[in-house]
Design a protein around this ligand. Structure first.
Ligand SMILES: NC(=O)C1=CN([C@@H]2O[C@H](COP(=O)(O)OP(=O)(O)OC[C@H]3O[C@@H](n4cnc5c(N)ncnc54)[C@H](O)[C@@H]3O)[C@@H](O)[C@H]2O)C=CC1
Ligand SMILES: O=C([O-])C1=[NH+]CCC1
Length: 311
């Protein structure tokens, strides 16, 4: 049992969480999750509707059995007006002593959410993007767009990075903040034309990415649209692509892309990592990300380990 409750803020989480540590640990956790006899426990996200605010509170508990690590994330996410400057998600993570039940630490969950989501998309790209990928497109210019830019450019070498967002000013701000050259595009069609890797990280609730514009063989990591009636991708794309997910159970309960298109899920990323389902790199692929409690747990554990080392 910890002596006192620790509070770890955004800056410390940012300082202690690095993609080079996060990615290999996420790969292990995703693989464990997709084993038939998995011991880690993670129920599908429980959501409490906040109708008055057009949002939801998502509760995301997870127990990493091998590491005896228990935590839960609480994340509020909203259907914001397109022009709203309010964040789409706000999150906090609680670390709980699994034996005694007391809370050991409260940590900022925004950076954890941004980094672990982007890291998992990078894992999907590592497995599924075309062997010679030169053009990388990001749709959206918010928090997820930036974390995806950071990890994708840190992990892969692209010849061109493009961005499209709802408002040109925000794409331009994004391009200025980025550490390397980014081409600002006027339309989604222009942004994805010929792209090898596409990340959709928007607040859209209706499709913004249409299959007719996507080059055969491209890889799409679809990060937004996390309700059963929300979409970023159209039916054409969902039907022509091989669909990979983080969790089949999660996708069947929460993904508008999967539920409304009727697309079959080919595999979980963990199954590909375990070698029990193939990575069909030569085909058009969609990785539908919804986010998982075990991903937050892996990230929170890394932060807590580093925090203890520094205090
Ligand atoms: N898969 C996962 O694990 C996670 C998914 N998300 C989801 O990812 C999405 C992006 O999250 P953040 O970057 O934090 O949000 P954000 O609010 O920081 O950025 C949203 C972006 O979407 C753009 N946008 C707004 N309305 C749009 C529309 N109708 N069509 C196209 N673009 C539009 C905005 O201009 C902005 O660039 C949200 O849907 C969020 O719920 C967030 C966290 C984790
Ligand atoms: O996993 C997560 O934290 C979220 N997924 C969708 C909104 C927030």
């Amino acid at each position: 049992m910890a002596e006192q409750l620790v509070v770890i803020g955004k800056n410390e989480v940012e300082e202690f969480l690095h993609y080079k540590d996060l990615i290999p640990r996420l790969e292990v956790a995703l693989g464990e999750f997709s084993k038939p006899d998995r011991e880690d426990i993670q129920p599908v996200r429980c959501t409490v509707p906040l109708q008055r605010y057009n949002g939801f509170l998502g509760l995301m508990p997870a127990y990493l059995a091998h590491e005896d690590f228990l935590c839960t994330k609480m994340v509020c996410f909203y259907k914001r007006e397109s022009g709203s400057n309010l964040p789409s998600t706000r999150a906090t993570v609680l670390l709980i002593d699994p034996e005694y039940g007391n809370v050991n630490a409260v940590m900022d969950g925004d950076v954890i959410t941004a980094k672990r989501t982007a890291a998992v998309s990078a894992i999907s790209a590592k497995l599924l993007m075309p062997a010679k990928s030169e053009v990388f497109t990001i749709l959206g210019s918010g928090h997820q767009a930036l974390s995806h830019y950071n990890v994708f450019t840190e992990t892969f070498s692209f010849k061109q990075v493009r961005v499209w967002s709802w408002r040109r000013e925000s794409s331009e701000r994004f391009a200025q903040a980025a550490l390397g050259p980014v081409t600002v595009c006027e339309s989604v069609e222009e942004a994805v034309n010929g792209a090898d890797v596409i990340v959709t990280a928007t607040r859209a609730t209706e499709p913004v990415l249409f299959g007719q514009w996507v080059k055969p063989g491209a890889h799409v990591a679809a990060v937004g649209a996390c309700r059963p009636d929300w979409r970023e991708l159209d039916d054409v794309l969902m039907s022509k692509a091989e669909v990979y997910v983080d969790s089949r159970e999660g996708a069947a309960a929460e993904s508008g892309e999967v539920i409304l298109s009727g697309a079959k899920v080919f595999a979980e990323l963990g199954e590909v990592l375990n070698g029990t389902r193939p990575a069909q790199r030569e085909k058009t692929t969609v990785f539908k990300s919804l986010g998982m409690g075990i991903q937050d747990a892996v990230a929170a554990k890394l932060v807590f380990e580093q925090w203890k080392r520094h205090h």
